[in-house]
Design a binder for this molecule. Sequence first.
Ligand code: 13P
Length: 261
Amino acid sequence: MTALKKPVIAGNWKMYKTIAEARELAEAVARGWPQVKAATLILIPPFTAIQEVKKAVSGTEIRVGAQDVFWEEKGAFTGEISALQLREAGCDFVVIGHSERRQYFGESDETVRKKTQAALAHGLQPVVCIGESLAERENGQTLTRIKDQLERSVFSLTEADFSQVLLAYEPIWAIGTGRNATPQQAEEVQAFIRSLIKAKYGNKVADCAIILYGGSVKPSNALSLAREKDVDGFLVGGASLEADSFLAIAREALRADEGLK
Ligand code: 13P
């Protein structure tokens, strides 16, 4: 984290929460995070609950995102949702290329690229997920995999567009497993990501880039991860489904940002 940036803590609720449950959770997060501007909190509910969550956090600094987007603006694409529709529903952010989408729904770096461009064209900030599998890590292919993903998805963007993108490093082996990357493992990859951004877009863009870590983030490991220089916040899954644990993670990220870097 540099002095210019504030930590970003995003809660990816995945396919959890009915509309009523989502409202309750968003209200609880809002109650626990009154007007705190030192960090950006983003709630990412399922599509059906976006509007309700947006209402629940109105008047606060908390922002809302979606978990996916299609690249076309409108048309005969049954089941898909456009960037325009997400903006209208109240989203400022959208997760793109989550490993679960890559694994179960055939997302590729090419679809990630198209979705990222569509999101940007409509003023949505993409949170683009990248990360290696366990086999790739064990075979020493982590950094090559990360570089490939970036080059094939976001590195074709203009500098102005890239500056709107948040990246989330989510090692697949750490997602939902309870086994988080160690702070050193996260930092190694995230510093590498920043060095690639520097080589492609220059120092200023690289310094300002927000690189989140995701994968079994909990209140108990958030502080040590957030202390790492290139960890600018978190994309939280399971622990974002309860207000207390999500808020505790956000407080740890703030603590790291305030005194320890
Ligand atoms: P967990 O925090 O449940 O491991 O999920 C991480 C994730 O996939 C966030 O997008």
